[in-house]
Design a protein around this ligand. Structure first.
Ligand code: SAH
Length: 346
């Protein structure tokens, strides 16, 4: 809400049709408005030339169009672009555009801050400020696409926030994202990353979406995982992996596991062997990430990334090391926002 107005870009086409017919307009007007918002990037109702003037006025009275402002932009030597966007209420979120040989992917945020408390993560240090609206997640795609002039081929919900802790808005976002009258992006090009909210994973499985579920595992025993990820006290590794098996069965989609290697914490051959034993027989892929050190935290980069990967591979687990992109521009989630928070951007 903004001056009591409704956020029109957060409405699905079906919801917009209801709103339009309520004010006595024919249903097809909703499709026109939706196209202006999600395909043409309209930022005001006055741009919507094919709508009658009276309807444009009516829309202006009851609705607002969300927008983002680029507060900071950093370009890495490898072409990675990191945006710090300012939201309408002054909060900020980070979005990272990565260039791969197979296309461009965008890492989007789902919340301002986060309440999951993972010890190595910068996004959670100040707690959760608020959920992002569907429009604010969509606009990270629209604005970074427009600003960079690049086509966004795929998305990862791996920026700030826990997407399954903002479940309803993220589901609406996914609906609008894939609608043919909108950006028309297939869920096959979307990865959703979660620290492991098991009840929500089950809800998501029931929807049978074709997205890739990424699980932030980061440890192969409960003691280590609980030390670095408080969520493990609610849903332990066994409970989480059972949910992954149910997800796989319901959707047929291979699961992706993220494992950030932290020096002396989770990176021994013993940890790798235990991980291999846990994942045996599960159709999955392990993404190994050298932890990105965060100023406020004591965790350092593992020196055993290649050895850990080799151990897993030898044990028959499908594992790769994630290419580090944008490491020269503080690309770890939440770092740019923390540096800029409360201050004037340099
Ligand atoms: N809340 C979601 C998505 C956001 S973070 C989740 O937990 O999955 C995206 C990934 O980056 C997660 O795997 C997260 O654990 C990892 N991550 C966060 N901070 C990191 C850091 N400093 N170094 C390496 N990986 C990090």
């Amino acid at each position: 809400m903004n001056n009591g107005k409704t956020d029109i870009k957060s409405l699905t086409l079906a919801q917009l049709e209801v709103a339009v017919t309520k004010v006595g307009e024919p249903k097809f007007r909703a499709g026109q408005i939706y196209g202006w918002l999600h395909q043409k990037g309209a930022q005001s109702f006055s741009e919507m030339q094919n709508l009658p003037l009276a309807l444009r006025r009516l829309l202006d009275e009851g609705f607002y169009i969300n927008a983002l402002t680029v507060l900071r932009k950093q370009v890495s030597a490898d072409g990675t672009v990191k945006y710090l966007f300012r939201l309408l209420d002054g909060n900020t979120v980070e979005t990272v555009l990565m260039r791969h040989h197979h296309g461009n992917s965008l890492c989007v945020s789902s919340q301002v801050g986060c309440r999951m408390g993972c010890r190595f993560c910068a996004s959670t240090i100040g707690g959760l400020i608020r959920n992002l609206a569907p429009s604010e997640i969509l606009d990270q795609i629209y604005f970074s696409g427009r600003e960079s002039g690049l086509r966004i081929d795929s998305l990862v919900l791996m920026g700030m926030g826990e997407p399954l802790d903002n479940y309803d808005n993220v589901m609406t976002f996914l609906d609008i994202l894939s609608s043919p009258e909108g950006l028309n992006m297939s869920h096959r090009h979307v990865s959703l990353s979660t620290c492991g909210l098991v009840d929500r994973i089950d809800e998501l499985a029931a929807k049978k979406l074709q997205l890739t579920l990424s699980i932030s595992l980061h440890a192969s025993d409960d003691k280590t995982r609980s030390d670095i990820m408080p969520i493990n006290n609610r849903y332990n590794i066994d409970t989480l992996l059972s949910a992954c098996r149910r997800y796989l069965k319901a959707t047929g989609r291979r699961i992706s596991f993220e494992y950030s290697l932290i020096d002396g914490v989770n990176d021994t051959d013993g940890h790798a062997a235990r991980l291999a034993a846990l994942l045996r027989g599960l159709n999955c892929h392990v993404n190994l990430i050298p932890v990105n050190p965060v100023q406020e935290r004591p965790y350092g980069k593992s020196k055993r990334v290649a050895a850990f990967c080799e151990k897993l591979t030898n044990l028959g687990i499908n594992a790769t090391i994630r290419r580090e992109l944008g490491s020269d521009i503080s690309a770890a989630c939440g770092q740019l926002r923390r540096q800029t928070e409360g201050g004037i951007p340099q």
